[in-house]
Ligand binder design. Structure first.
Ligand code: ADP
Ligand code: MG
Length: 346
């Protein structure tokens, strides 16, 4: 759909495995003082002195987590890195290194891997992390990318520290990535019928960007530190606000009231929801892939975040036996259920 059909296609078989790895990784530089040895030996060597380390990994599978008919490969590489870094930041940690493992079938030319690596390289630069290794192998079916991210942390924040009366806070706005996906899926269907149609995506630029090129909230970790706020619990929003709230509540053994009218929505999400006739609150609750941070703070920290446009206070925590509820605009209370975006259309 958005692909360039005239591009060169060099077969992967033209490279030996080592030639290919060298070719793809030749531009990666080492910037972190904790990286002693990066790509090139049997293993990377890191030295974090006395710091605590966080480590997290994600596997992305073609046809399950991404669709190459509208996901440009450069964006895929970028997004694969970002979704991992988001997990590091959700621990209140600083991301420092990643490893990248890729399985590809021979239907992908060298240029496809170059594009993926261009995206990985851009993300590595922007987020200031070193790419220190990985693995490259063949796959009989589609494309798989697994990334492992490493970070260092002084004051880690778990999911389990929320207390009754803590405020529930979210960064940025919600639901945009899901609505961007709805627009891309619709255009894909149009394209199938008429490959010459030129979609007008202008009214959807923000939400499509949120789907194809999400960002992880590295800035928030610094901001919280500068504001001298340590969240009592934290999680990143990958599956949707509802399921992340449930994770925080269950692990912290608390309940929660979430206020519908406080959920931050971009105007483009609201207008696209109207166009698709979908309820915007449902999208914010169940859409997912926002990669914003959801956290709780003690009420005494409220003045520190109050005026900051990065943060929305969307609710507060209660005793566990009071349950988890959405307080609607009409002031009725609905139990919060995890739906997750995968079964969202059922
Ligand atoms: P091994 O046979 O020991 O697994 P490889 O030949 O696969 O070694 O890897 C050689 C070096 O290249 C290692 O440092 C490895 O981490 C790195 N590497 C392999 N594949 C990738 C990749 N896709 N991206 C980044 N680094 C890679
Ligand atoms: Mg290997």
């Amino acid at each position: 759909m958005i692909e360039d059909k005239n591009q060169q296609r060099t077969p992967l078989s033209g490279f030996g495995e080592f030639g290919l790895i060298d070719h793809l990784t030749k531009n990666f530089k080492i910037n972190q003082s904790s990286t002693i040895k990066g790509i090139g030996d049997d293993a990377a060597v890191l030295n974090f002195e006395n710091k605590k380390i966080v480590i997290t990994t994600d596997l992305l599978v073609e046809g399950v987590h991404f669709d190459l008919s509208y996901m440009p490969l450069k964006h895929l590489g970028y997004k694969a890195v970002v979704v991992n870094l988001s997990d590091v930041y959700a621990m209140n940690a600083k991301a420092t290194q990643i490893t990248v493992s890729i399985a590809v079938s021979n239907r992908f030319p060298v240029e496809a891997l170059e594009d993926i690596y261009a995206g990985i390289e851009t993300a590595a630069k922007i987020y200031d992390i070193d790419v220190i290794g990985g693995d490259t192998t063949s796959s009989t079916t589609g494309l798989l990318i697994s990334i492992t991210a490493i970070g260092e942390v002084e004051d880690e924040v778990y999911r389990n520290g929320a207390k009754p009366k803590d405020l529930l806070v979210v960064t940025g706005d919600l639901g945009a990535a899901f609505m961007g996906l709805q627009v891309l899926e619709r255009e894909k269907e149009v394209y199938k019928v008429n490959p010459n149609s030129q979609p007008d995506l202008e009214p959807y630029t923000y939400i499509i960007e949120r789907q194809l090129k999400p960002e992880a909230r590295k800035d928030i970790i610094k901001l919280l530190k500068d504001l001298d706020v340590k969240p009592t619990s934290m999680i990143d929003i990958s599956d949707g606000l509802s399921s992340e709230i449930i994770h925080l509540c269950k692990q912290s053994n608390v309940g929660c009231d979430l206020y519908e009218d406080k959920i931050p929505l971009d105007p483009q999400v609201i207008s696209t929801c109207e166009e698709f006739n979908i309820d915007s609150t449902t999208v914010a609750l169940n859409g997912g892939e926002d990669y914003e941070l959801l956290f709780t703070i003690s009420q005494s920290d409220f003045p520190k975040i109050q005026a900051n446009p990065n943060f929305s206070v969307i609710g507060y925590m209660k005793e566990a036996n009071e349950g988890m509820h959405l307080v609607t605009r009409a002031d009725s209370k609905i139990p919060i259920k995890a739906q997750g975006w995968k079964n969202f259309n059922d």
